[in-house]
Design a protein around this ligand. Structure first.
Ligand SMILES: Cc1cc2nc3c(=O)[nH]c(=O)nc-3n(C[C@H](O)[C@H](O)[C@H](O)COP(=O)(O)O)c2cc1C
Length: 350
């Protein structure tokens, strides 16, 4: 069992099991199912508008009275990359044609809301826990979150990032191994060099900081949870294993079918959809775009260019074109209900 550095006690958790926040790939019903089964549920609200964030938190609260986490992407500097936008439009044009769409958008629309608006909506609901990824938070945001009494969790992919997060005042750190599905949390140094496997990352971060450490990446069963705890983590955060849960109605049909039939699927870290590196299933679009990655603009510009394509691909059931974020353990994703999964893992852990 874990050496409890106060995480479970402070959060009142019965078991060291955390549902990873998964923007666009989870629902309040999924989060509530995990929370009601004794795990910690996380609402991945990074892609929601402020009023949608309010609704998601309230929906969760109508389904559960347990403690929960709300997650956002920390703000990033946006670069001006006009030449790369033109390259991306040229590369995307055949996929747009295939889907019966017109040309890719000429100038991607700026988002209608920013991090500050999202944070405002989150803080108004006073969630007990707030977590973030992609960067450090602006110091003022840390101050405001802490002023509400919320427990603050940041994401690190290296020891250097973990130290920076501890110095910035977080209460706990997610150590995101290279196995993890979804976007890389890397915010210092090179993305490739920051792909450290969990077996190396967790003990290294454990030694470097004094706050609790949460292991994330490739944990699909009780053996994985036990391994994470043995490596020095205080809790395990699981994402991919919940992708096929029936409560997870946010997953579109081709995505669900692919993760549930992924016995031999391989995943790759690429930035061909959003512009930011993420681990995803390699489909035809990913394979075609990988050789051109250096020519593509960054996040969020590339995401704005691919969004209409992704929406049309979802509507047309095109698994060869939709984005399917998933970790290296995806072959073990099942359709087991989330609450049953958490209860089974907790029972196996005793
Ligand atoms: C579909 C998907 C979406 C994700 N979205 C987020 C997110 O919005 N915020 C975040 O902090 N992490 C996000 N992650 C990363 C998870 O927090 C976590 O690092 C990862 O799921 C752990 O690895 P696993 O998927 O192998 O269990 C996402 C992961 C997946 C699979």
């Amino acid at each position: 069992m874990p050496v409890d550095r106060g995480l479970l006690k402070r959060l009142g958790l019965a078991s060291p099991l955390i549902l990873a926040p998964m923007a666009s790939a989870s629902t309040p019903a999924l989060v509530a199912a995990v929370a009601n089964a004794g795990g910690l549920g996380s609402l991945g609200t990074a892609r929601l508008a402020p009023d949608e964030i309010t609704r998601a938190i309230r929906e969760f609260r109508s389904l559960s009275n347990q403690i929960f986490n709300v997650n956002l992407f920390a703000p990033l500097a946006v670069e001006n990359e006009l030449a790369k936008v033109e390259n991306a439009r040229r590369l995307l044009a055949p996929f747009y044609r295939e889907l019966g769409l017109g040309d890719p958008p000429a100038v991607p629309k700026p988002p209608l809301f920013g991090f500050e608006d999202q944070l405002e909506a989150v803080l108004a609901e006073r969630p007990p826990i707030f977590s973030f990824t992609f960067n450090l938070l602006p110091p003022d945001a840390v101050r405001r979150i802490k002023a509400t009494g919320a427990y603050l969790i940041g994401t690190a992919t290296t020891v250097r990032e973990a130290r920076a997060l501890e110095a910035a005042g977080v209460d706990a750190i997610v150590a995101q191994g290279s196995e993890a599905g979804g976007h890389r949390g890397t915010f210092m140094g090179d993305f490739g060099e920051s792909q450290v496997g969990l077996v190396v990352l967790v003990p290294a971060i454990r030694r470097a900081v004094s706050v609790p450490v949460i292991a994330a990446g490739g944990i699909m069963d009780v053996a994985g949870v036990r391994a994470a705890l043995a490596l020095g983590a205080d809790a395990a955060q699981l994402g991919t294993v919940f992708l096929g849960s029936p409560e997870n109605t946010a997953i579109n049909a081709p995505y669900r079918a692919t993760v549930l039939d992924a016995a031999e699927a391989t995943t790759v870290v690429s930035r061909v959809y959003s512009g930011r590196y993420a681990r995803m299933i390699r489909n035809r679009y990913v394979a075609a775009m990988l050789p051109h990655m250096a020519e593509l603009p960054g996040y969020p510009t590339m995401g704005a260019l691919t969004q209409p394509m992704i929406q049309a691909a979802i509507a047309q059931g095109r698994g060869d074109l939709v984005q399917m974020l998933a970790g290296q353990g995806v072959a073990r994703t099942s359709a087991e209900p989330a609450g049953a999964l958490v209860q089974r893992l907790a029972a196996e852990l005793v």
